[in-house]
Design a protein. Structure first.
Length: 147
C-alpha cells in the first residue's frame, strides 16, 4: 500500500494566524514609529490602521501561498521565503501609511526600512510556531492499494 499525507489549512486557521501575527506586527510597528517620529499619537495611528490593511493583506498572502504549496510540506526554507514575500507586501503598506500620516515620504521610508529586519525575524518564528499548532490543520491521506 502506498500512502501520501499532506497538510493544508482551513480558512479559520488562516484568519487566526492573521490575527495573532497582526498583534505582534502592530506592537512592533508602533514601537518603531514612535522611536523614529517621537510622536506617540502618530505611531498609534500608523499601527492601528495597519490592523485593518494588514489583516486583509495577510489573509490574501496566506491563500496565495496555500495555492502555491498545493499540499507540499512547509519546510524551514519555505517558511523563510514566505516570510520575505510577506515582508515585501507589509513594508510597502507600512511605507505608504507612514507617508500618509506624517506627510513625509522619507518618514514612511524610514519606518518601513527599519521594520524589514524585525518583521522578517518575528514572522519566521511566528510561522515555525504555527507549524506546530494543529488548530485548523486539515490532514489529507491518499492511498493506492495493491491487490
Amino acid at each position: 500500500m502506498f500512502v501520501l499525507k499532506f497538510m493544508t489549512e482551513s480558512h479559520f486557521r488562516s484568519i487566526i494566524k492573521g490575527i495573532t501575527w497582526r498583534i505582534v506586527g502592530t506592537i512592533d510597528t508602533i514601537v518603531i514609529s514612535f522611536f523614529l517620529t517621537g510622536h506617540l499619537s502618530m505611531a498609534v495611528k500608523i499601527g492601528f490602521t495597519e490592523v485593518i490593511t494588514k489583516v486583509v493583506l495577510y489573509y490574501l498572502h496566506e491563500r496565495v501561498w496555500l495555492h502555491f504549496l498545493k499540499g507540499r510540506e512547509q519546510t524551514k526554507t519555505i517558511s523563510f521565503i514566505k516570510a520575505v514575500s510577506w515582508r515585501t507586501v507589509g513594508t510597502i503598506d507600512t511605507m505608504l501609511l507612514g507617508w500618509f500620516y506624517s506627510g513625509n515620504p522619507l518618514t514612511g521610508l524610514k519606518i518601513g526600512m527599519v521594520e524589514v529586519m524585525t518583521k522578517i525575524i518575528l514572522y519566521y518564528f511566528h510561522e515555525r510556531l504555527w507549524h506546530t499548532v494543529p488548530i485548523g490543520s486539515v490532514r489529507k491521506w491518499f492511498g493506492l492499494q495493491e491487490k
